[in-house]
Ligand binder design. Structure first.
Ligand code: OSB
Ligand code: MG
Length: 330
């Protein structure tokens, strides 16, 4: 069954449980310091007793609803929910749209996603990246994404120079500024990346969200001037934002975080009508949300770019991957 095809006239009993997972070390980005991932696990049981798992993993500072808003939404629902109720979840609750629709679509079975994606490993901001990539390389990663826009640009450019001269030629490097660069800094990064690619065999795959969400026009202008690709992330966090940026002329890379983008079936519909260059990305969700996200990526990914789900090393303990065990531990 196509897990993100919406299942009509379906109903199920549902329960929800909040969870918390502390990062081994806080994730530092231009948005600030993030030390605990909080979310909600959904357990749906249909009339035949089949179980469907879902996850609501909001990141309010990224453009989704807050965890509290998601919890309030779950609390006000009756414990028997229908497909129609799920399709009516408003666009202001994108993480809830994703969580409930994934759950009711997968109420049939919990088959793991057969995906042969390569995965990009996330590198922390700062010089810790200079050691981090080696551990990930030994685990088989060949694409890395490094967080920038945190320290002074001179310091980050110096670390960048060391990093790209350390990485093997077959490596690919992504940079993610989380909207933290000024226009002048973005130009300096793009110029540096263009120059490096003229000197070294390494591929700088893209510079992600160099400027703030409000600066789309400037990012459109930069995307026409530099060879190094630009990827939008915060600018396209939800489906309405994806549509808006597309309508304003963005044809570059779209970083899609399925867990906060909204309705999987509506995203599928948009991607069937418009060929977009998408990179699928994690929001540090559990295996439940990750499987639903990758199930969508398998169907929508065109360029076979590495998926940004190499984040497990940011958590202290290995994750419980079996949904039933995860649920029983909550
Ligand atoms: O996309 C990836 O490679 C990893 C995921 C990631 O970087 C991320 C995870 C949570 C919140 C924001 C971001 C981001 O891409 O900015
Ligand atoms: Mg990003």
């Amino acid at each position: 069954m196509n897990a993100d095809k919406f299942v009509p006239q379906h109903s199920a009993l549902f329960e929800f449980r909040p969870y918390q997972r502390r990062f081994a070390k806080p994730l530092i980005t231009h948005h600030g310091v993030w030390d605990t991932r909080e979310g909600i696990i959904l357990r749906l049981v249909d009339e035949a007793g089949k179980i469907g798992w879902g996850e609501i993993a909001p990141i309010s500072w990224f453009g989704s609803e807050t965890l509290e808003q998601a919890l309030d939404f779950c609390r006000q629902l009756p414990n028997q929910i229908t497909s129609e109720m799920i399709l009516a979840i408003p666009d202001c609750l994108p993480a809830c749209q994703f969580g409930f629709e994934s759950a009711i679509a997968r109420v049939r079975s919990w088959e793991g996603v057969e995906n042969n994606f390569t995965c990009s490993g996330l590198l922390s901001a700062g010089e810790v990246a200079l050691q981090q990539w080696k551990t990930l390389w030994e685990k088989g990663y060949r694409t890395f994404k490094w967080k920038i826009g945190v320290d002074a640009i001179a310091k980050e450019l110096a670390i960048f120079d060391t990093l790209i001269h350390s990485l093997p030629p077959s490596a690919k490097l992504r940079l993610d500024a989380n909207g933290g660069l000024s226009y002048a800094e973005a130009k300096l990064w793009l110029e540096t990346c263009d120059n490096i690619q003229g000197e070294l065999p390494i591929e700088i795959e893209f510079l992600e969200q160099p400027l703030a969400v409000a600066e789309l026009a400037k990012m459109l202008e930069l995307s026409r001037f530099y060879r190094t690709a630009i990827a939008l992330d915060e600018s396209v966090a939800t489906l309405p934002q994806i549509i808006s940026c597309y309508q304003q002329g963005w044809r570059g890379i779209f970083v899609i975080k399925p867990a906060i983008v909204g309705s999987p079936s509506k995203l599928h519909q948009f991607c069937q009508q418009h060929e977009i260059d998408a990179v699928f990305s994690s929001v540090f969700e559990t295996e439940i949300g990750k499987q639903a996200a990758l199930n969508l990526a398998v169907k929508l990914s065109r360029k076979h770019r590495a998926v940004g789900f190499g984040v497990d090393h940011f958590f202290a303990q290995a994750e419980v991957t079996n949904p039933e065990n995860l649920w029983n531990n909550l």
